[in-house]
Ligand binder design. Structure first.
Ligand code: BGC
Length: 797
């Protein structure tokens, strides 16, 4: 029997106009409403059509995630199969991927290193018309639009396709990973065919289910798999339904996690499909509890229904935007870039799981195999600490849980304390590949895992910053103090006294990875000294406020008074490479003697400088890969008093080739602090371009650290928010073309709204007890409900 109903409009002229416009212009249904993007301008990124050259980067940029699950924005409909195969000179037209944070295994790669395991693409939908699959490469794509609705945290797509048989089909889709219930995904699809009597088959499946994992359970609506060498479990479950017009159709379920429906088309009649999925991960080999957790999550969300699931997700995003949004008036480009950064930063974190951290490409692509670098602590944490401290705490607890791995690594290299993995996955064991085979067949040793030691100070820095901004004593006592002490202990053992009476840190790699195996890298040594100082301060504080805890911790770590004396000695004698006469830090011993290369001669290059002039020539030169001394200016400005910050910025900026996406944003932050808005804006644009434009390097996922640095350039740079002092302070230097800059910040159990406009700062205490706040040079009381207005030029009014 042909389904009929409200949505059946046999007037084929209407059907055709709907098809032309690409929207399914039928009567209102809740699903139709749900598929409408946010109307308010500034929230939706839109992409038309399909282009193989930009597809992979688009899939990264429009990816969506809730910190537990992540999904690339690959088309779910009219796509051929993707298998894992060697492709030679071909390339995949699309790279559909779904990730589960923390699901790591060691695949058969050379060298074998832990990598994030992709799970089933639960969103695959195949449409067959008169038995023929609708495929992107067969027939004609009349219209295809993908919209990233950042406000609602979801992906919307519409496709109109004419098959070789001349049938036109339009499908609109919504896909999300719930921020309200992180185990859950939702997909809504509406389909319309332009004529009567076509045999339509819709097949919904979980593509590539379990690939590379051991199947543990495979039933109608649920599958569970175990990773082979790490023995972790992942369970995926789903429920789907379809209505044609007003009539629900019963599915066939020929195989596990597969549903099919068949009906005959009526021109212009809309079929509505919805699918809920739930995913659970466990770091144990026992899969039954994991399956039960996934099944419970699915039941709970089915009971709610997709409308309530969508509403809860939107509400959760709304809450996050209230806390994290940045509003820039007068510069649409900067506004969009800032929002895009906040969108991905919000998507990447999960305050509910402190066993995982954020990889260099978050959950948006395969590059760097899901590995966690210093990117998280130095480039991302300031955002979370300032606007989402619960997420910041979980990320720092992840490092705390990896302390055993960090201690083992330090010991392995003959040091004391904790040396965190340069590339970390689930256990904290070092996962940097020791070598890779280059395209020309030569074997290149990767020394970062062995030598890039500043990671330990970076973690300590983020711990201190979080604790300073939140005064989360529970975290400090449970984890923070121990991280500070154990990293300081590492540095004291690492900084060795030599015949010159100084303590040296030799054989390291600083942030500038073009120069490996160097001695006394200024960034590393100054951060190490800072780390030891903070650990001594933490110990004093523990003794003063929690003497019992201090004693227990000292006992646990076996710290002696002699050791503390040695730490003080290290602080006094560590080499930092500062020339007091010029105020210039030498990036590492011997750097000034290397060949100067004028980078102005290479502005046209399209590949990194080390590819242009060769690795060895780069190594012998003063060309710097990324912010190194300049990153130090951003992190520890007190080490650059007077004109020193300017001197060092000018010196090293001229030598930086920005060979990493972490570089430009840090330069923007520092230039903004130094009062160079034009330079800062230009670096801000450069950072945005790497992610928002079609940079082919984004194919492997968004560079989340670059997005973190973009946030920092605006909030810590232009607004001059300082999270490291005793009072919350702000010292704006916003570009003249920005009419206003507004954002919220959390500070020691309070929430403060800040607006900078017309030479005035408005600060409003939204939540929490009264507090002091420093605005430019003036410290004032912030009282609940009243807005404090301070003229930046003329002092408080
Ligand atoms: C950068 C590192 C960064 C890593 C991951 C490298 O190219 O030099 O600083 O941690 O990428 O983003």
């Amino acid at each position: 029997m042909l389904p009929t109903g409200r949505e059946h409009f046999p007037n084929s002229a209407l059907a055709k106009s709907a098809l032309r416009s690409g929207s399914l212009g039928d009567a209102d249904t809740p699903m139709r409403e749900a598929l409408k993007p946010t109307a308010e301008p500034g929230w939706v990124l839109s992409h038309e059509g399909y282009n193989i050259l930009s597809e992979s980067t688009l899939e990264s940029r429009f990816a969506f995630s809730n910190g537990f699950l992540g999904m690339r924005a690959a088309r779910s409909l009219s796509r051929g199969p993707t298998w894992v195969a060697w492709l030679g000179y071909s390339r995949w037209a699309s790279w559909p991927r779904c990730y589960v944070a923390g699901l790591f295994d060691v695949p058969n790669t050379e060298p074998p290193v832990s990598a994030l395991v992709p799970v089933a693409d639960w969103s695959r939908v195949r449409i067959l018309l008169d038995g023929q699959p609708v495929l992107g490469w067969k027939g004609e794509l009349l219209r295809g639009t993908r919209k990233l609705d950042m406000h609602r945290g979801l992906l919307l797509s519409t496709w109109t396709h004419r098959t070789p048989a001349g049938i036109t089909v339009t499908a609109s889709e919504l896909r999300l990973l719930s921020l309200a219930d992180r185990s859950t995904g939702l997909q809504l699809v509406r389909i319309l065919v332009d004529r009567d009597g076509v045999d339509v088959k819709l097949e919904a499946s979980f593509a590539m289910a379990g690939l590379g994992m051991e199947p543990m359970r495979l039933e109608r609506d649920i599958g569970a798999w175990r990773t082979e060498s790490t023995a972790k479990c992942v369970a995926m479950t789903g429920a789907a339904s379809l209505r044609v017009g007003d009539n629900p159709l019963a599915p066939n379920q020929p195989f596990p996690l597969q549903w099919t429906w068949c009906w005959q088309s009526v021109a212009g009649q809309v079929a509505e499909f919805d699918r809920l999925v739930a995913v659970a991960r466990a770091d144990t080999p026992e899969c039954d509890p994991t399956s039960r957790a996934a099944a419970r999550a699915l039941d709970r969300n089915r009971a709610l229904g997709w409308r309530a699931v969508l509403a809860a997700h939107e509400e959760a995003w709304n809450k996050r935007w209230l806390a994290g949004d940045i509003i820039i008036e007068g510069d649409d480009d900067a506004q969009q870039a800032a929002r895009f950064a906040v969108y991905h930063l919000t998507s990447a974190a999960n305050p509910e799981d402190d066993r995982v951290s954020i990889g260099a490409r978050a959950l948006t692509g395969d590059a760097y195999l899901g590995h966690v670098f210093w990117d998280t602590e130095i480039y991302l944490l300031p955002f979370y600490t300032a606007v989402w401290p619960e997420a910041a705490r979980a990320l720092l607890m992840y490092r705390f849980h990896t302390l055993p791995g960090a201690r083992a690594k330090a010991k392995h290299f003959g040091f004391k304390g904790a040396l965190f993995a340069w590339e970390s996955t689930d256990t904290g064991t070092e996962t940097t590949p020791e070598r890779v085979v280059a395209q020309d067949g030569s074997v290149v040793d990767i020394l970062t895992g062995r030598m890039e030691h500043h990671i330990s100070a970076d973690v300590a820095y983020a711990v201190w910053q979080y604790w300073n901004a939140t005064r989360d004593d529970d975290f400090f006592l449970r984890a923070g103090a121990e991280i500070l002490l154990d990293t300081a202990r590492f540095w004291a053992s690492r900084a060795v006294a030599e015949a010159d009476g100084r303590r040296h840190i030799r054989h390291v790699i600083g942030p500038d990875e073009y120069h490996d195996d160097v001695d006394d890298n200024a960034f590393t040594n100054v951060m190490a000294r800072w780390n030891i100082r903070r650990a001594l301060e933490a110990m004093d504080l523990l003794r003063a406020r929690w003497p019992e805890h201090a004693a227990t911790l000292q006992d646990k770590l076996g710290l002696t008074e002699d050791e503390f004396a040695d730490w003080r000695d290290a602080v006094a004698r560590i080499v930092v490479g500062l020339d007091p006469a010029t105020g210039l830090y030498e990036q590492f011993t011997g750097f000034h003697a290397l060949e100067f290369i004028d980078l102005a001669g290479y502005t046209d290059r399209t590949v990194p400088i080390d590819v242009v002039i060769g690795r060895q020539a780069t190594r012998r030169s003063q060309v710097v890969k990324q912010a190194d001394v300049i990153a130090l200016i951003a992190l520890l400005p007190e080490e650059f008093p007077g004109a020193m910050a300017e001197t060092n910025f000018r010196h090293y900026e001229a030598r930086c080739a920005h060979g990493s996406s972490l570089s430009a944003g840090m330069h923007a932050r520092v230039a903004a602090r130094l009062g160079h808005p034009e330079i800062a804006l230009s670096y801000r644009r450069e950072t945005a371009a790497t992610n928002l434009d079609r940079d082919p390097n984004s194919a492997g996922g968004v560079r989340i650290a670059g997005l973190g640095s973009l946030w920092q350039a605006v909030v810590l740079g232009f607004a001059g928010l300082d999270l490291m002092g005793d009072t919350l302070s702000i010292d704006p230097k916003i570009p003249p073309q920005w009419k206003s800059l507004s954002f919220h910040v959390r500070w020691r159990c309070r929430s403060v709204a800040i607006r900078i406009a017309d030479g005035t700062v408005d600060a409003t205490l939204l939540e929490g007890d009264e507090m002091d706040m420093r605005i430019a040079a003036a410290t004032r009381k912030l009282i609940a409900g009243a807005t404090l207005q301070v003229s930046i030029e003329a002092g408080p009014r």
